[in-house]
Design a binder for this molecule. Sequence first.
Ligand SMILES: [Zn+2]
Length: 280
Amino acid sequence: MENALKLGDLKLYWLDGGRLGFDGGAMFGVVPKKVWQKRLPADDENFIDFIASPILVRTPETVVIIETGFGNKLTEKQKKIFRVTKEWNILKSLSETGLSREDVEHVILTHLDFDHAGGIAVLEDGEIALTFPNAKHHVQAKEWEDANNPNRRAAHSYWPINFEMLRDSEVLVLADGDKEIVPGISVIHSGGHHRGHQIVTLESNGEKAIHMGDVLPTHIHFNPLWVMGYDDHPIDVISLREKWEHKGIEEGAWFTFYHDPLLNSCKFDPDGNVIQKWPE
Ligand SMILES: [Zn+2]
């Protein structure tokens, strides 16, 4: 894994978080299947194959991971429900960059749904341990509160087994709004997908990237109206996309994606056409 997207002094690598399937209708909300299936075809049962690939960011000083993948704690039944067709394998792909799990100093979680937070805790030799024991784990306080007191709908995706090891620990760092995590990397409280969702901005030597998490899960969701059925606050997702897409396009920023099966990152023109992509 020599290949990194270079952003000034930062290097971005997409780790192998495996693959899972989501219902096409849930991923594209009110958009008719006839329209979305031209961009991303579904299988016989209407599932689309997605990735869940954490982003490793090497800065000159430190190592940051954005999102952690769905992890290795799913039961066989859960693997069937969520159509896991490829296992979570981020520790191997991390080692291919020459790093170990102890080297990671910051984990940024846009939110705590299982497909983002499952890799916080790893099952090894029958025991559950923190995957990145030396890392500070950055979550919005609102998200932490909601994940620990979920409503009926959210209880399906907030699984305590993924984040309970963080509770009362020194490695949990709750953000109350916007915050710089390390020089050049900040979290912005966005809401939208969940009210405690945060997005991540990266900047080095004038080059920028925006990680919108599940507010912009793939490049195919560029149209602000293509909102997911999973979003708690769809109207907020629409205005967030309008705001950040406009800003990112003006600034020539890369948009990074966690779930996109076709590309990891791209730049858009104002009509939403991909004008540069990663991998090239
Ligand atoms: Zn997700």
